[in-house]
Design a binder for this molecule. Structure first.
Ligand code: AMP
Length: 333
């Protein structure tokens, strides 16, 4: 095949590269110096390009273009290539680049979800209106660093004083369990697929419960949500009709807001309450690392495909079909 698949060596690269191999593509991985070992050891990369830092991606862009590489974006890629640079990317890029600003800006993301008509936590423009538990989230916060909780305006005013001086949103805190929903929307046949689900393993919130509440208070613990890994999940089957509908509405809204809209892999981040209401609080408009447990496929892809189908492989399959049918332009954005 004339085209190769390339990605940055991090996040979900192993899965993307393995999936590309399974579909017959040659692969290239761009690694930061000293991080090449997994890509060598697991044999997923035909070529490794080493850079001092991912910020140097643009120094190797021409080399990738000469190789006929198609770049697959993932969370590390979208965090190192700033949005203005993203729109000027010359290399063939899988997915609609313009959609990425809708996930990066928390206000735009909430506008997108509102347009989709899905259930979202209440947003508070004015701290004086806080009348329930809220979570205050800062833009660009890694691992939820600096997020804080409060239940009224006085607590808010006290906590915001020591907070980072960056934009934030005040969002209703939903009591329930987080569920991350992985979708794939095919631009070639306009079909939405559920690829799987995960929950995250976050430090320290996932271990705070291992010490008594009085010790938590004595230690003056601050909760943080630094992601350490992802745990596969299967949801109650009766949730599936609504989950398909949520995915479909999010895609439809994106087609209106940023044509040609969202396609390829994406993730809806939700909280499901004890009374079985699904609240959506974020969208990731590209492959998420929560799909990594499913390199051999998930229970859901096992139903649809009679072969192991990871999200990475599904991307490569879509590219292969697009190339075979002369429709590659439709999936590059
Ligand atoms: P985020 O940085 O938006 O992904 O949020 C970090 C973590 O905070 C998530 O993994 C959720 O567990 C939790 N979280 C975020 N927003 C809410 C919310 N509105 N209600 C309850 N939990 C939330």
């Amino acid at each position: 095949m004339k085209y190769k698949i390339a990605t940055l060596g991090s996040h979900s690269a192993l899965q993307i590269l393995k999936g590309a191999h399974d579909e017959g593509f040659k692969t290239i991985v761009i690694c930061e110096k000293g991080t090449e070992r997994p890509y060598k050891s697991f044999g997923v990369a035909d070529k490794i390009i080493t850079v001092d830092s991912f910020a140097d991606f643009f120094k190797v862009e021409n080399e990738l273009i000469e190789e006929n590489a198609i770049i697959i974006p993932h969370g590390t890629f979208t965090s190192v290539v700033s949005l203005d640079k993203m729109e000027r990317l010359k290399i063939a890029h899988y997915g609609n680049k313009k959609i990425l600003k809708w996930e990066a800006d928390r206000n735009m993301c909430m506008r997108w979800l509102t347009e989709a008509g899905v259930r979202i936590p209440r947003m508070f423009d004015n701290p004086k209106e806080i009348d329930r538990p809220v979570i205050v989230k800062f833009f660009g916060a890694r691992g939820g660093e600096g997020y804080f909780f409060c239940t009224n305006a006085d607590q808010f005013n006290e906590k915001i004083r020591n907070a980072p001086k960056v934009p934030y949103i005040i969002q209703e805190y939903i009591i329930g369990v987080p569920v991350y929903i992985h979708f794939f929307y095919s631009q070639l046949n306009n079909e939405l697929e559920i690829m799987g689900f995960d929950k995250r393993y976050e430090s320290n919130v996932d271990s705070i419960g291992r010490i008594a509440a009085r010790d938590q208070i004595a230690l003056n613990l601050q909760s943080s949500y630094t992601i350490v890994g992802n745990i596969p999940l299967v949801v109650r089957e009766s949730f599936l009709p609504e989950i398909f509908e949520i995915g479909e509405n999010v895609v439809k809204a994106s087609q209106k807001l940023e044509p040609p809209g969202l396609y390829g892999p994406f993730c809806i981040e939700s909280i499901i309450t004890p009374d079985q209401k699904i609240y959506v609080f974020e969208i990731s408009a590209r492959i998420v690392a929560g799909t990594n447990p499913f390199i051999e496929g998930s229970p859901y892809t096992a139903l649809k495909y009679n072969e192991p189908m990871s999200c990475g492989r599904r991307i490569a399959r879509e590219l292969k079909l697009a190339i075979q049918n002369g429709r590659l332009k439709e999936v590059l954005g």
